[in-house]
Write a protein that binds this ligand. Structure first.
Ligand SMILES: NC(=O)c1ccc[n+]([C@@H]2O[C@H](COP(=O)([O-])OP(=O)(O)OC[C@H]3O[C@@H](n4cnc5c(N)ncnc54)[C@H](O)[C@@H]3O)[C@@H](O)[C@H]2O)c1
Length: 325
């Protein structure tokens, strides 16, 4: 059990999908939590249920600017994660990853605090090795439309390792693979939320390409377990560590599961595959299993049911379903 009774923890991007679940878990463990967010893709609603706690504090701040606070640990999650959002202002996305990392690493160095970076499987680009181990260096197009995100995250990893080597900062780099669950943004175009929202609204389910491309899907509670295990691992464990669910599904498999679990009669339609869309993505989690003793536990069907229940309640709220119709 984690000894964290009075630990002060900073979560950047704390009002987002993953950040809000992380804040919740840290509070449940007795930590004091400072949630920092510029509300670009996150929202106060995601953490509204936490604001009654005297150990929870919410601060509007953009991580591209320096931050002076006193904490013991930092989780750096701030960054739009879905293509619709990170491509909206690609230069600010890059600044968020790079300047955000510099500012948070500078803070960690000053405070002698541990810092965890929410990196991504996108650092592997369109991989030629399956499944991807941490040693695979990736195949990223540095000038493509996804580069602001992929290269921003790669640069952030570089900064983490240079601060570690040069200044002895205790770093933890998690490479997150596709994670889903309640509080994903309903309009961000990520495949799980997209399919569920389309099915619940009775709209056609959009598959890009022929639907045979595969992805792996990790339920949010499992991912947060991985974050906490990595943060609490011995100082020598810097990562990068893949965190994800190795179960591999085609887009067609996923669409059919969502249709079955929602009972929707939506039909499936196909659209052109976007540029640089990876054919296959699946984590090799040997390192997480052996070094952290972590593995995902929530099967896709169970996670989808919980996520569907969340979106059902959300879309049922007056205004939301109508607004989209
Ligand atoms: N969910 C996934 O499948 C996944 C996969 C790989 C990596 N990640 C990484 O995990 C982190 C969280 O992702 P998420 O899925 O919760 O996405 P999200 O968009 O829900 O959360 C990101 C949060 O960061 C905030 N933010 C963005 N730019 C900011 C800035 N400049 N200053 C302060 N706050 C800022 C947003 O408002 C939002 O609350 C991101 O860094 C993302 O790259 C997520």
């Amino acid at each position: 059990m984690r000894q964290s009774a009075s630990k002060r923890v900073l979560v950047t991007g704390g009002a987002g999908f993953l950040g809000s679940h992380l804040c919740e878990r840290l509070l449940a463990q007795g930590c004091e939590v400072l949630c920092v967010d510029n509300y670009f893709t996150g929202s106060r609603n995601n953490v509204a249920h936490l604001t009654n706690s005297p150990r929870f504090e919410l601060l509007r701040h953009d991580v591209t600017l320096p931050l002076h606070v006193e904490v013991d640990e930092i989780y750096n999650l701030a960054c739009p994660a879905s293509p619709v959002h990170y491509r909206h202002d690609p230069i600010h996305t890059m600044k968020t990853s790079v300047l955000g990392a510099i500012n948070m690493l500078g803070l960690a160095k000053r405070l002698n605090a541990r810092i965890l970076q929410a990196s991504t499987s996108e650092v592997y680009g369109d991989p030629s090795v399956h499944p991807q181990p941490e040693t695979y260096r990736g195949d990223v197009n540095p000038i493509g439309p996804r580069a602001c995100y992929d290269e921003g995250k790669r640069c952030a990893e570089t900064l983490f390792f240079d601060y570690h080597r040069r200044h002895g900062v205790e770093i933890k780099v998690a490479r997150i693979f596709n994670t889903y669950g309640p509080r994903m943004h309903p309009e961000d175009g990520r495949v799980v939320s997209n399919f569920i929202v389309q099915a619940l609204r009775g709209d056609p389910i959009t598959i890009y390409g022929d639907g045979t491309q595969t992805r792996s899907f990790c339920y949010v509670d499992d991912l947060i377990d991985g974050f906490l295990a990595l943060m609490d691992s011995p100082a020598a464990v810097t990562g990068p560590v893949n965190l994800g669910n190795p179960g591999e599904f085609t887009m067609l498999d996923l669409a059919e599961k969502v249709l079955k679990l929602t009972g929707s009669s939506s039909r499936i339609i196909h659209r052109e595959l976007p540029q640089d869309d990876p054919r296959q993505r699946r984590p090799d989690i040997t390192v997480a299993r052996t070094v952290l003793g972590w593995r995902p536990r929530v099967p896709l069907d169970a996670g989808l049911k919980r996520t569907i229940a969340h979106f059902d309640a959300l879309l049922g709220r007056p205004g939301l379903r109508t607004a989209a119709e």
